[in-house]
Design a protein around this ligand. Sequence first.
Ligand code: AMP
Length: 499
Amino acid sequence: MTNFADLGLSETTLEALTNVGYSEPSPIQEQTIPALLEGRDIIGQAQTGSGKTAAFGLPIIEYIDPDGPTAQALVLTPTRELCIQVTQALRAYGEPKGVDVVAVFGGAPIKGQQAQLRDGGHIVVGTVGRVSDLMQRASLILHDCRFVVLDEADEMLDLGFLEDVEKILMQTPNGRQTALFSATMPPPIRKLADRFLYEPEVIRVQAPTLTVDTVEQFQVEVDQKAKPDMLVEVLAEEKPTQAIVFVRTKVRCDQLYKRLRDRGMNVKALHGDMSQGSRDGVMLGFKGGRVPILVATDVAARGLDISTVTHVINYDVPSSPDVYVHRIGRTGRVGRSGRAITFVEPRQKGELEAIEKHIGAGISPWAPGATTEPAAVSEGPRRHDKPEVGRRRRRRSRSRESEPANGSSPDGGEAPATDDTAWAKLVVSAGSADGIEPADLVRVVTAEAGIGGEEVRDVKILERFAFLSVPEDRAKGVVEAVSGADCNGTRLELEPAGR
Ligand code: AMP
């Protein structure tokens, strides 16, 4: 078995690897590190989660002269999220050697980044737009930059950055070493590689070894119209710790997010039309585990390393087999198992077959009850009978006591009023997993909102959140007064439950 020392890394870098807890190289690292250390250009076709950041990061660290005053390496990323992620990783890898890594990205004041660049930075990690901008202002000078990485190049293409990428590359030294990473290889990316890479070694980590082994994959045949209900059912059954629900377009992303939110779920949306600030907020919430469900488009969610994602739900069939592999790579990260469930409209069966062919395995039908069986990851997807509607309906009406951990509220359901008072149901952002019991909640609500105990009813504590009802005319005041309050060390957020 190869270890990191066999790959030609120095003692200092090995020390960094011990610090971050990597014991053996991943397949992409095993192939990429020696090639880059030899000075070759490479094309790495690998998805997020494969360990590609260390695959290019470790050789860069080896190469950096910590006494050099100028930028010696540039890593270009399509998004700010990926930029921050890569920067954090490179800082950890370069710490023992004293390598300085500067992150430059849009949506943050340029002045601070200019100052950091003036102070020096051995490696600059930046989004395409901000790097171009800083170069135009002569704040970023790449004369001594002998190592360039294009990370997630296909996403740069999707976002329309390819021309800018070319301009940046043209301003770096001819003798530079270039590494291009891309999950897919559409023709414009091939062309870019032909033009800017010198006899690259192509390193491809086969999709099946990355996904089938660690991700249980299922399909659900469902009509377009029935998808929202099916999604609620799947979430209720699967009880994901964290799930990403992928949709094809920004508009569908927003629509689905609103539908789930209106059902009282703790859910957030992530797509490219959102402001950078909102995207950061959503990402922090999701990464921090406060948001269990993220509805996202491919572009917005790509490159994100979220190791706690237990489920990927393809609400829309991915536009290509490559995208499928890329999406489900969000779960089943190194050493963990995950589940991927793909919704297939009857007319899309052919698309699913293409995916099955690509991954070299059949995708079994999903059925309620699957999660009660012990996991059988190494045996691949399990076979289940197709769910039939009657059975599903019965399950749903029975399942009120066991609401999903992730937060779907009962279907509507105003609190049963025994008098003339109209009651409003509120969702609380914490539950039994936070050590909260009904009495705690009533105590905090009555104290913060200044209402009597009899005005809080139908308290129901679920794993990650809770419900309670208050008189409708007090609801707004209660939400305002209690949101932000502390309950057994957990900050509470309240909002009206969806109708
Ligand atoms: P990446 O594909 O670079 O985004 O890496 C995905 C995740 O795998 C990150 O959380 C890394 O910290 C982790 N990782 C990368 N290489 C290794 C390794 N050799 N052993 C264990 N974890 C790793």
